[in-house]
Design a protein around this ligand. Structure first.
Ligand code: NAP
Length: 279
């Protein structure tokens, strides 16, 4: 089989660990694929997509800031990517370039992997943030059929737009940051999806310690540090915790499976990623 090329399109991309993680996974299964990161200026995005087609690339990942602006240059979107309004994975189907989004599915797969006895369908979920990652997770959970979603965001309008889209699938409500405390006792799952608490600002958290309780699973999408202030405080209050590493691995594994048609070596990918991130 001829070598198949996979691109990562982003700006900047030098910090990404996806090339090492994906190439190690391809090699571990003896697959003739090669993954390369390309720093693409927003003004060059259309040409970059044409380049993927002209050079016979097999697929791609798309990262910040191209996840939304790339959509007009694609031939179609999966229904989930269309609902989310952003893509992170591209693949060809009969020469048509299709955009998919594995971020939310990666989150859900990671949650199920780390909490196998928990059924998200039974959960009332709070999401802090309404950016790209929050949108991907909210639509995935809504389509999966969680009981109810409460969304809070620094700017209410973005939360309102998100909730308007979610209501086709499940009960969803906007809550202001000021009153989010009132819904906390109803939640079984709290998902933090803002950059607050990310290195180097590791002493910050948007959720006051006193709001946390022991019936919660607290997910923080941040993976640097691997235990944020929010997760540390949640653990102290008796909650279960879930950091962003699993989502990072599983969204990559789902892209891998989309391109290769093979089951991804998830545990191996996680070890590769941890070695690159924390050593
Ligand atoms: P994004 O699209 O830029 O959205 C950022 C969100 O954070 C918005 O809701 C924004 O609120 C909010 N926010 C930003 N600064 C804030 C502050 N100082 N106080 C309160 N809210 C603030 O980013 P994203 O892609 O959704 O990423 C969100 C987080 O998830 C980041 O930490 C990112 O590293 C992480 N992430 C992890 C993975 C993974 O695989 N583990 C994948 C994707 C993202 P406004 O709308 O009011 O501006």
């Amino acid at each position: 089989m001829q070598e198949q090329l996979i691109a990562l399109l982003g700006h900047p991309v030098h910090h990404s660990k996806s090339p090492q993680m994906q190439n190690a996974a391809f090699q571990s299964l003896g697959l003739p694929y090669h993954y390369m990161a390309f720093d693409v200026l927003p003004s060059q995005l259309k040409e970059a997509v044409e380049g993927l087609r002209a050079l016979g690339f097999h697929g791609a990942n798309v990262t910040i800031p191209h996840k939304i602006p790339i959509i007009p240059f694609l031939d179609a979107l999966t229904p989930l990517a269309k609902a989310i309004g952003a893509v992170n994975t591209l693949y060809f189907e009969n020469d048509r370039l299709i955009g998919d989004n594995t971020d939310g599915q990666g989150y859900l797969a990671s949650l199920s992997h780390e909490f196998p006895h928990v059924d998200p369908k039974m959960m009332t979920v709070g999401i802090v943030g309404a950016g790209g990652a929050a949108r991907a997770i909210a639509f995935t959970l809504a389509q999966y059929g969680v009981r109810k979603l409460y969304i809070t965001n620094r700017h209410d309008q973005k939360a309102e737009e998100l909730v308007a889209g979610l209501q086709a699938w499940t009960a969803a409500e906007v809550v202001s940051m000021d009153t989010f405390q009132n819904v906390m006792p109803q939640l079984q799952l709290l998902i933090h999806s803002t950059p607050v608490g990310m290195s180097p600002n590791v002493d910050e958290s948007v959720i006051p310690n006193a709001w946390l309780h022991s019936d919660l699973i607290v997910s923080d999408l941040i993976y640097n540090p691997n235990e944020t202030k929010l997760l540390r405080e949640a653990k102290e209050r008796g909650a279960s915790i879930h950091n962003g590493i699993g989502m990072l691995v599983h969204q990559g594994a789902l892209s891998f499976e989309r391109w290769t048609g093979r089951k991804a070596p998830i545990d191996f990918m996680k070890v590769e990623l941890l070695n690159r991130l924390y050593t």
